[in-house]
Design a protein around this ligand. Structure first.
Ligand code: HGY
Ligand code: MN
Ligand code: MN
Length: 417
């Protein structure tokens, strides 16, 4: 890193914290937590709020073909843009900061820079990305993949939510035209910077209060279907059953064992499971579950996926079951831009915090956008390391600190380059 020093940029702390609270009302669930699935009314209401804030900041606002909302300040020299932002959607029963922090902080940083320093030399934009979580439709990173030209042919017509609604119909319901997807592609982004909560316990347990992400782990999503035999729950002897549920349960333990034995940062999670015929008095004939498995090293990740498959086939053989393993999606690990990381480190030092270099176990829009731009990510601590749950929280001082560091990095990138 160069020894060059930069000055910390001020922001409007109260506006930042108030807006985070306001956004958390959009999609709030009666029992706690949030759910803002793509193209839902909660999602549309959150995007309206974001658009209003961008207009209030006198940014040029537009919604692209998939519904990403952009706010833009023209640069005096034009050229390729410097962009910040994150996703607006949430998991079911998620918290107020995953994605939302990067959106609100991005708007605050760009608005503060515009208010305090006027026109940048580079084009400066913030974006609320429409979808990242895969919490409604059977896909993820829909917003960032549209920007990076990574959508699959006919994806909008093919991919459905659990009610059978296609992405294309979801788009029409909020006034978007699915025949126009290619217009969302951006080939003019030079830098993308995302502020995000860590979603794990490292910064809280070991400090400091800021982390610069160097690598994002790759994930693989698998669907595993176990087929046995449906039988009477009272009359069929335990020793003669081919119970798909017991097969799936044994596989679940074997999968966790594979990841645990491989060691950090290998992880494997069974997040969904469904049985057929799903009746209290019937031995399950079919069990269908998903596996989310991740590692930051490409070769180890491949080995992890292979070992999980082998473990499931061994259990199936031992229990007289059939098993099918299908890849739902595969997102390889990504190394972020060392140049943007240096800018972020300088911003952290300006905030008085020598940052920690980190690998992100969680996935982010940044990993997809790194196919189209030089990308950097900044982390702030998560209280108790909690995320993807209603308890997700970050101390207000850390939200402010992270946003200041983000604004400082954007200042260097858009005003001093
Ligand atoms: O799954 C992920 O890592 C992200 O939160 N969507
Ligand atoms: Mn998330
Ligand atoms: Mn996120």
């Amino acid at each position: 890193m160069s020894t060059r020093t930069v000055e910390l940029v001020e922001i409007d702390e109260r506006r930042l914290l108030r807006r985070l609270d306001d956004l958390a009302q959009r999609g709030a669930l009666p029992g706690g937590g949030l759910y803002r699935p793509l193209y839902s009314s909660a999602w549309a209401s959150a995007m309206e709020l974001v658009s209003a804030w961008l207009k209030e900041g006198e940014l040029f606002v537009r919604r692209d073909a998939v519904g990403n909302v952009w706010g833009r300040v023209e640069g005096s020299r034009g050229g390729r843009a410097v962009v910040t932002g994150s996703h607006i959607d949430t998991v079911r029963g998620g918290g107020a900061l995953d994605g939302a922090l990067g959106v609100v902080a991005g708007i605050e940083a760009v608005a503060s820079l515009w208010e305090r320093y006027g026109r940048p030399t580079r084009i400066l934009e913030c974006v609320a990305i429409c979808e990242e979580e895969g919490s409604r439709f059977n896909t993820n990173f829909w917003g960032s993949r549209a920007i990076a030209d990574r959508l699959e042919p006919n994806e909008a017509e093919r991919v459905r939510d659990p009610d059978g609604v296609t992405l294309a119909d979801g788009m029409r319901a909020v006034g978007l035209d699915p025949s126009n997807l290619a217009s969302a592609v951006r080939r003019d982004i030079d830098m993308f910077v995302e502020l995000h909560i860590e979603q794990g316990p490292i910064l809280e347990d070991h400090g400091p209060r800021l982390g610069v992400v160097t690598t994002i782990a790759g994930s693989a999503h698998l669907e595993i279907v176990v087929r046995g035999q449906a039988d009477h729950a009272g009359a069929m002897a335990m020793t003669r059953r081919r119970d798909a549920m017991l097969g799936a349960a044994t596989m679940a333990l074997a999968i966790a064992d594979v990841a645990t034995k491989m060691g950090h940062p290998a992880v494997a999670t069974i997040g969904t499971i469904a049985l057929e015929p799903a009746q209290v008095n019937v031995v399950p004939g079919v069990a269908r579950f998903t596996v989310d498995t991740r590692h930051s090293e490409p070769a180890r990740r491949t080995e992890l996926i292979t070992q999980i498959g082998d473990a499931c086939r061994t259990v199936a053989r031992e229990r007289g079951l059939d098993v099918e393993i299908r890849s739902l999606r595969d997102r390889p690990p990504v190394t972020l831009s060392p140049r943007v990381a240096d800018v972020l480190r300088r911003a952290c030092f300006a905030a008085g915090i020598p940052p920690r270099d980190m690998t992100s176990g969680a996935g982010h829009d940044a990993q997809v956008l790194s196919a189209a731009a030089n990308v950097g990510m900044l982390f702030v601590p998560s209280i108790g390391g909690r995320s993807h749950c209603p308890e997700e929280a970050t101390a207000a001082e850390d939200v402010v600190l992270g946003t200041r560091a983000l604004a400082t990095a954007l200042h260097e990138l858009a005003y001093q380059a």
